[in-house]
Design a protein around this ligand. Structure first.
Ligand SMILES: [Fe+2]
Ligand SMILES: [Fe+2]
Length: 161
């Protein structure tokens, strides 16, 4: 055992979210396919694109910090996605499943939000402004996504269930 430094933690968190963003790209593609509401399909497809740009920004963060891009298995995101897959295997597409897709994406976006909040704080503590700006851009976009999802959940037509 050794004492973790701030740099160790930053690296760990960066590799964790880098892994998570890759998992989420595939997951949001599957959620688009498993959704029946046209707006929701378009929403997931758009966020697949956006997630791709988050991955590119993370590569830039690795470069800014002089590290080669590496992944660290993110069991938190994997767990949420495993639950989604299990429900999906047992239930047909339709309004209830659409709603569950929104709820699952809210969970994963909240995970991302927290991960990016802490990474922005750690980058700031390290005095790495370039990394901080890149991470903050990803944070802002995922917060926007989360707020769009929350609006969809709020305005969901429960009578259709
Ligand atoms: Fe993201
Ligand atoms: Fe996201």
């Amino acid at each position: 055992m050794s004492t973790a430094s701030l740099d160790d933690l930053f690296e760990h968190e960066l590799e964790d979210i880098y892994f998570a963003e890759h998992e989420l790209t595939a997951a949001y593609e599957q959620m688009a396919e498993a959704s029946t509401d046209e707006d929701l399909v378009a929403f997931f497809e758009a966020h697949v694109e956006e997630t791709g740009s988050h991955i590119e920004r993370l590569v830039d963060v690795f470069e800014a910090t002089g590290e080669a891009p590496q992944t660290e298995e993110c069991e938190g995101i994997e767990g949420l996605l495993t639950e989604w897959e299990e429900f999906t295997a047992d239930h047909d597409p339709g309004p209830v499943h659409d709603y569950y897709n929104v709820v699952t994406a809210m969970k994963t976006e909240r995970y991302e939000q927290t991960a990016y909040e802490s990474l922005v704080a750690l980058a700031s503590e390290r005095g790495d402004e370039e990394a901080m700006d890149l991470l903050k851009t990803n944070l802002d976009e995922d917060e926007e996504t989360l707020s769009d999802l929350a609006e969809m959940a709020r305005s969901f037509d429960y009578d259709s269930l």
